[in-house]
Design a protein around this ligand. Structure first.
Ligand code: 5GP
Ligand code: ZN
Length: 136
């Protein structure tokens, strides 16, 4: 538990939330400002700022839970698709610095604005990145 972390307080149940699932490691809640109907957040009960700080085993459990909750979204809310989004650091759009996974149900013709402008992989970037990542 980290002082002044809103997600620590929600995950611990100190601040009430619309809880969809809970176990010893996680609480799954509805996002207070949903991108679409059913937008939920998976919060670990222990505080880690981002995915790089998370232990591997807990990270694995978080994504297994994301798979389960995605299935529930499809069967219960009958959505047409699900985006799984996980932001790390301010540059990537993270605004709450306690690891969380977004599950955003998608509906045909919804107005959810996820995406990016497609670039072009240059030969120089390809060679540099492959070398750096594979040789580390
Ligand atoms: P991020 O931008 O860090 O990936 O996402 C933070 C998310 O947390 C946002 O979608 C925002 O709406 C949600 N959020 C922020 N504060 C609260 C809160 O107090 N309760 C709930 N349920 N969601 C919150
Ligand atoms: Zn926290």
């Amino acid at each position: 538990m980290t002082d002044n972390c809103i997600f620590c307080k929600i995950a611990a149940g100190e601040i009430p939330s619309a809880t969809l699932y809970e176990d010893q490691d996680f609480r799954v809640i509805l996002d207070v400002a949903p991108a679409s109907k059913g937008h939920m957040l998976i919060l670990p009960k222990q505080h880690y700022a981002n995915i790089c700080e998370m232990p591997e085993e807990l990270t694995g459990k978080a994504f297994i839970l994301a798979k389960k909750m995605a299935g529930k979204l499809e069967t219960t809310l009958k959505c047409d698709g699900v985006n799984i989004v996980q932001n790390n650091h301010e540059a990537a759009g993270q605004t709450v610095f306690h690891f969380h996974i977004h599950l955003i149900p998608r509906y045909a013709d919804d107005q959810v604005g996820l995406g990016w402008k497609m670039g072009k992989l240059t030969d120089a970037d390809r060679d540099e990145i492959v070398k750096k990542i594979t040789e580390e």
